[in-house]
Design a protein around this ligand. Structure first.
Ligand code: GLA
Length: 372
């Protein structure tokens, strides 16, 4: 093989946020927007990375892909270099590479642009060097991309995004249990039910790679709460344990984490019963918990959620890490325009920048588009 092109999607998380790194449950699905990488083998040991989104080309050598070299790289290149670094650490034999990247996913919008970039690079390079890409091999690939993000880029994220990008299938949600990282495809026939998920991008971006970010702080608070309970992860706690936490902030964070996994179970049950109203209520309850107990929302996200529900969405919530980014609203197709209009009007009235919208349905995970 001399070249391979792969596309990896972004995701929305239908429900189950800030549960992954705590060993809990979540239910993401892939969206039609994503990132495409073409990988070409070179005859030397050079690596050349070019993105259509940035007027920038990075060139180095395979031997430069070390943790020490990270700081000298532009931020977006670190995700690419991180995947190559993790692949080499895993024993992949890589040739020199030309990588061309193109994306229609907004970055910092909470739609997993980082994971889409990592996974498109990983799948294109895997196809190029003939590594397996069957469903059984994909959790390992997701883990490799997570290591790239955690260990190379330095973003303390939890693995949900990479699994969603690599394992999602059309018209299904991907139920992930982070107690053991097991996954199950949950039929999610939103199209058939006349529903869509409206993504409301507030245009306020969040940066997960920053060590002082709200995301990193929440993760540290969860780790501290688990340690106070003598547990390796909060997901192992029982509801009764909450009263043993004397620190109020830790107690609130833990209350969100435990109740959110229960809401994921409720959402899966509502979907199985095709009870869309109930699903909507569970989504809105999840937002309330993320806003109140987890303090991960913003004025824009709260406004988007409240306005969407008032305008006829069945439910709405922030999706992903929070602290900016996007909200999602589950709405009957015929009410989507009213929801968009109401949210746009409410943002203008509050003096917020105009949000952008995209309607999504559960879409396919990463795939090789072409190889030669
Ligand atoms: C971001 C992270 C994920 C997850 C979500 C919150 O998307 O990348 O690992 O923690 O936030 O659920």
């Amino acid at each position: 093989m001399t070249s391979a092109t792969a596309r990896a999607p972004g995701r929305v998380n239908l429900i189950g946020d800030h549960t992954d790194y705590n060993g809990g449950l979540c239910l993401p699905f892939a969206i039609p927007l994503g990132t495409t990488t073409t990988a070409r083998a070179r005859g030397d040991d050079r690596v050349r990375v070019r993105s259509t989104a940035y007027d920038d080309v990075w060139t180095g050598r395979l031997g430069d892909l070390t943790l020490g070299a990270r700081d000298g790289m532009p931020a977006w290149v670190r995700y690419v270099a991180g995947v190559l670094w993790a692949a080499r650490a895993d024993g992949w034999r890589l040739p020199g590479l030309d990588l061309l990247i193109d994306s229609d996913l907004p970055s910092g919008a909470g739609l997993s642009s980082s994971a889409a970039l990592e996974c498109s690079v990983a799948v294109a390079v895997a196809a190029l060097v003939d590594r397996p890409l069957d469903p059984g091999s994909r959790p390992g690939l997701a883990e490799l991309c997570r290591r790239a993000e955690n260990d190379f880029v330095g973003a303390p994220t939890g693995g949900l995004d990479q699994l969603a990008s690599l394992l999602s299938t059309e018209d299904h949600g991907l139920l992930v249990d982070f107690a053991d990282t097991s996954t199950r495809q949950v039929p999610l026939p939103l199209r058939e039910a006349g529903l869509v998920v409206l993504v409301i991008d507030t245009g306020t971006s969040h940066d997960l790679a920053d060590a002082s970010s709200g995301y990193a702080q929440r993760r540290a608070e969860c780790d501290a709460a688990a340690a106070a309970l003598g547990l390796p992860r909060l997901g192992l706690a029982w509801a009764d344990d909450l009263s043993r936490l004397t620190d109020e902030v830790q107690q609130a964070r833990a209350r969100h984490v435990l109740s959110e996994s229960t809401r994921v179970e409720d959402a899966v049950a509502a979907v199985a019963d095709a009870d869309w109203e109930r699903l909507g209520s569970v989504l809105t309850a999840s937002h309330a918990s993320l806003a109140r107990d987890f303090a991960a929302s913003t004025d824009e996200l709260d406004l988007a959620v409240a306005t969407a529900v008032e305008a006829g969405a069945l439910g709405a919530r922030l999706t992903g890490g929070g602290f900016g980014g996007s909200a999602i609203a589950l709405a009957p197709r015929e009410r989507v325009d009213a929801v968009r209009l109401a949210v746009g009007t409410a943002f203008a009235a509050e003096g917020h920048a105009a949000p952008s919208f995209v309607e999504v349905l559960p879409s396919a995970g990463a795939a090789v588009l072409d190889q030669a």
